[in-house]
Design a protein around this ligand. Structure first.
Ligand code: AMP
Length: 458
């Protein structure tokens, strides 16, 4: 038994069995370093980026302590964004799926208040949410934290960046002091030590080896004109054929231009930037994460909290303004031990920014793929999204959609990908080769006895 075997831990056997069914064969470095301490009840500060497996590290810790016979909130996870909170909640639900009736509730802004109050009234074990909305519930008296035994601050640096310091303090005041506190952060500015000093007790610090050393292959390409840059991007995408690539631009204008230009050349690309409304942003993220769009073009701000697994590739269309941002960008590929590719396009004017990264450009600059790639057909995403004009308000559930798509005249269940049900719409990814059959099946049949409008998102 090696020290990265989950079975080396004192974990409830139900959780242990589930881990192998999830395909978690061995612990990631951050898990191996932090889980023994987390399970022994200590306060832990973990240097964990998205993709390091940190969610399972704290998730297993809080699940192991849960008393499922009591319907009082016992663990709370504070996250900087709704996307991260959703991701964390779904990872915890996955980890908890072999234990009956564990209630995980997300409480985030940008979603209606009423249903959250209803869910809280039914009882919950684990609350995952953004500081603003959680504090609002505390003020209204709809959430009580007097039974919390585990507090997790996830992506603490980002929460501080986003100005949540005071709100977090107000929340922590309502949590009993004899709790376990776990703090995860990708970076350690002084504000992190100061919050740790205030809210943690003799924390142990664990640092996982940096992700890029182990799994990310970096390439740098010199491109001096705008045209060269755009062509380089097309060549790289055509050569590597990623199922999922994130392209970073430094300005939101560029994100739109780059995505439009890629779309002109028939790439399946979309952009997210601050000017999109919540619905457009959600829709873009859903399409990217369900595999029906392969290229997402974003600014750093727009990509914040975007938590999508298995990015094959990150491309820096422009060099990031500072080295930390560069590291954060490329850390989105090569997650959980998988291999990732990070390509950075730079011009002579940008070499100074690369000096800060300690990159020796003479050694590291690579030639671009051959121009022949411009004539190769573009890979179609394996999945296509159907948008159904009915969602939570119409009481549609993922199970209804699976039911509606499968069966006579429908498509096999394993051709259905991610399903996202939001307030008035649902999105379901289906295998591209069967999209017409899927569309017809939902158009001709009813879902829960009602006909819903459905169309292909393209
Ligand atoms: P996180 O850093 O928590 O966002 O996790 C990144 C991804 O790694 C998630 O998709 C997890 O489901 C997955 N993951 C976490 N722990 C393991 C593990 N020990 N083995 C394989 N995959 C894992």
């Amino acid at each position: 038994m090696s020290s990265t075997d989950f079975s080396a831990l004192k974990l409830n056997p139900d959780f242990l069995k589930n881990l192998s069914s999830l395909g978690y064969e061995s612990m990631t470095p951050i898990q191996a370093l932090s889980l023994p301490m987390i399970l022994s009840g200590k306060d832990v500060i973990g240097q964990g980026k998205t993709g390091s497996g940190k969610t399972a590290a704290f998730g297993l810790g809080l699940l192991q302590k849960l008393d499922t016979t009591s319907f009082k909130a016992q663990a709370i996870v504070l996250c900087p964004t709704r996307e991260l909170a959703d991701q964390v909640a779904s990872e915890i639900r996955k980890l908890a799926r072999t234990v009956h009736n564990i209630k995980v509730l997300t409480l985030c802004g940008g979603t209606p208040f009423g249903p959250q109050i209803g869910s809280l009234a039914h009882g919950v074990h684990i609350v995952v949410g953004t500081p603003g909305r959680i504090e609002e519930h505390l003020r209204k008296g709809t959430l009580k934290l007097s039974n919390i035994n585990t507090l997790v601050l996830d992506e603490a640096d980002r929460m501080l960046d986003m100005g949540f310091q005071d709100t977090i303090d107000q929340i922590i005041e309502k949590i009993p002091e004899n709790r376990q506190t776990l703090l995860f952060s990708a970076t350690f500015p002084v504000e992190i030590s100061s919050i740790a000093d205030r809210v943690m007790q003799h924390p142990t610090i664990v640092e996982a080896p940096s992700v890029e050393e182990s799994t990310i292959k970096q390439y740098f390409h010199l491109t001096n004109t705008d045209d060269e840059r755009m062509t380089a991007l097309r060549l790289l995408l055509a050569k590597h054929k990623p199922d999922s690539a994130l392209v970073f631009c430094n300005t939101k204008l560029d994100t739109q231009d780059v995505a439009d230009e890629l779309a002109y050349y028939k790439f399946y690309a979309i952009s997210i930037h601050g000017d999109l409304d919540q619905r457009e942003r959600d829709q873009a993220l859903i399409r990217f994460s369900n595999g029906s769009v392969s290229v997402l073009v974003a600014t750093d701000v727009a990509a914040r909290g975007l938590d999508i697994d298995d990015l094959d590739m990150v491309i820096n269309f422009n060099v990031a303004h500072d080295p930390e941002v560069h590291t954060h960008r490329i850390g989105r590929t090569g997650r959980a031990g998988k291999h990732g590719i990070a390509c950075t396009l730079y011009s002579d004017k940008e070499t100074r920014k690369l000096d800060l990264l300690d990159i020796d450009l003479v050694d590291c600059t690579s030639p671009l793929p051959s121009d022949n790639y411009l004539n190769k057909p573009i890979k179609h995403p394996t999945m296509t999204t159907l948008k159904i004009d009915g969602g939570k308000k119409q009481k549609l559930r993922p199970g209804d959609i699976v039911g509606g798509l499968t069966g006579k005249g429908g498509i096999p269940g394993d051709k259905i990908g991610k399903i996202n049900v939001v307030s008035n719409w649902s999105y379901v990814a289906v295998s591209s080769e069967l999209v017409k059959t899927a569309l017809q099946k939902i158009q001709n049949d009813k879902l829960k006895g009602k006909t819903f409008r459905v169309r292909i998102l393209s």
